[in-house]
Design a protein around this ligand. Structure first.
Ligand SMILES: Nc1nc2c(ncn2[C@@H]2O[C@H](COP(=O)(O)OP(=O)(O)OP(=O)(O)O)[C@@H](O)[C@H]2O)c(=O)[nH]1
Ligand SMILES: [Mg+2]
Length: 453
């Protein structure tokens, strides 16, 4: 339990119907008395007058009138005594109430400190605490639903089941090491191979789901590149349904990177329209081209837009990674090609017209396929890149354990190395839920939260 009491404004800054000041820690009851005049009964919304705790003069130290709520430990979000003061929403009023709470003995909370305390008091595991922040930041309805599912324990539950199976297998193998004579028989009789295969398959399934969860949360970065005048800006406008980029028949219209946020089948996509790439461009255009190349290095997926009435030159696009590149043959209303999707020299190609919109839906499907996210599934949960990395690492250890087991059954070598890989897999999985974490990691995670959360 913490020894100090923290406070923050939990509502967003600006004007609003109400503001909420949240206080958590051992001094909550005393602070309630100093600010609201009394400590309300547990979980009763109680009308009270909030005072300026720094001033001692009677009636004229009233700041606001509002609702005070008291949640005694351990039945609160943080697991500590919590006080919530709901005042009138306004920048000045909320600051004054917060100041009064600070005068009465609390200190300003750091970003994410309420959630961090909830984690430290076992109210949430790390995955769930992160889901709180993801729910707040959700960029699409599906992302919000996925974050809620994680918060409710869907992801943690799957990790826990995987851990239990892993631990029971590990215990069996470690025990067999002590019986040198029967070791091989023990390993064979325990059907270790089948169990290990099962663990690998489950890890793969959770990893795939977490991959989708990661894309749902972070969104997909899609870069549109190509020669000047190919119709890149027209394509971005067609995908987003907004005329956000200027379209003209003058080559070199787009000089800077233009970003649009769109949603395809529930997946948030950040689209970057860029300056047409060509040799011998003038200075401003040159800078635009440099920025276009920068975007290319961080994009998950690249669309190479080509004017289908002109010749296609392979060397222009082949330098971009093949598995993240889609060729778009645009302006088929002029070239006479039919809309369609096919593989051309090993690369996915979609023929479309941004003007008539023929073929546009095919491109949307291709984007989802190429990004390997498929469409959003009803039971998907939100996940973060660190979860995905830990799951991938777990998968690698398990596969390595699988190879060691094979070797061992063939050559009769000891099981120590096999046991060691399982131990590493277990530690890596534990990092996800926070049972095995360093303070560094915790610091990094919680400082990404907003204040008051
Ligand atoms: N017929 C036809 N014209 C198109 C199509 N798509 C774009 N255009 C035209 O092609 C010209 C260039 O379009 P933009 O979208 O500005 O091309 P861009 O690739 O962004 O060009 P830069 O920004 O200069 O690199 C405009 O005159 C568009 O109207 C299409 O599908 N069919
Ligand atoms: Mg353009």
């Amino acid at each position: 339990m913490s020894t100090d009491t923290i406070a923050a404004i939990a509502t967003p800054p600006g004007r609003g119907g109400i503001c909420v000041i949240r206080v958590s820690g051992p001094d909550v009851r005393a602070i309630a008395k100093a600010v609201a005049g009394f400590c309300p009964g547990p979980r009763y919304a109680t009308l009270s007058r909030f005072r300026d705790a720094s001033s001692s003069s009677g009636a004229n130290n009233i700041i606001d009138e509002g609702i005070a709520l008291y949640f005694p430990a351990p039945n609160s979000f943080t697991g500590e005594d919590v006080l919530e003061l709901q005042g009138h929403g306004g920048v000045v009023i909320s600051d004054m109430i917060l100041n009064s709470v600070l005068q009465a003995g609390a200190r300003m909370a750091r970003p994410g400190e309420f959630s961090e305390r909830a984690f430290l008091n076992n109210k949430l595991d790390l995955v769930q605490a992160e889901a709180v922040a993801d729910l707040i930041d959700a960029g699409s309805r599906q992302a919000a639903r996925a974050a809620l599912r994680t918060l409710e324990g869907e992801f943690s539950g799957q990790i826990r089941t995987l851990l239990e199976e892993l631990v029971s297998l590990r215990t069996y193998i470690e025990a067999s090491i002590d019986f040198v004579d029967e070791e091989i028989e023990l390993l064979q009789s325990g059907d270790i191979k089948a169990k290990l295969d099962g663990l690998v398959a489950t890890t793969d399934r959770i990893t795939a789901s977490a991959g989708r969860g990661c894309v749902l949360r972070e969104g997909l970065h899609l870069a549109i590149v190509g020669r000047p005048n190919a119709g890149k800006s027209s394509l971005m406008n067609a995908l987003s349904g907004r005329e956000s980029a200027i379209v003209t028949d003058i080559p070199g219209t787009t000089r800077d990177v233009i970003r649009e946020h769109i949603v395809i089948a529930g997946i948030p996509v950040q689209v970057h329209d860029t300056a047409g790439i060509r040799e011998g461009a003038r200075e401003i255009e040159e800078e635009g081209i440099r920025r276009a190349r920068d975007i290319l290095t961080s994009a998950d997926l690249v669309l190479w837009v080509h004017d289908d009435t002109t010749d296609m030159r392979r060397h222009e696009y082949e330098k971009y990674q093949a598995d993240t590149l889609i060729i778009v043959r645009n302006k088929i209303d002029r070239s006479g090609r039919s809309p369609g999707k096919q593989v051309e020299e090993g690369l996915p190609m979609v023929a479309l017209s941004t003007q008539t919109r023929q073929g546009l839906e095919l491109l949307r499907q291709e984007i989802l396929r190429a990004a390997r996210v498929g469409s959003y599934q009803e039971n998907d949960f939100s996940a973060r890149r660190r979860h995905l990395q830990a799951l991938e690492k777990t998968g690698t250890y398990l596969l390595r354990a699988r190879t060691k087991l094979e070797e061992q059954l063939n050559t009769g070598s000891g099981s120590e190395l096999l046991a060691e890989d399982l131990r590493l897999a277990q530690n890596t999985l534990n990092e996800i839920s926070g049972e095995f974490t360093t303070d560094d990691l915790l610091g990094k995670i919680f400082t990404g939260f907003c204040i008051g959360k």
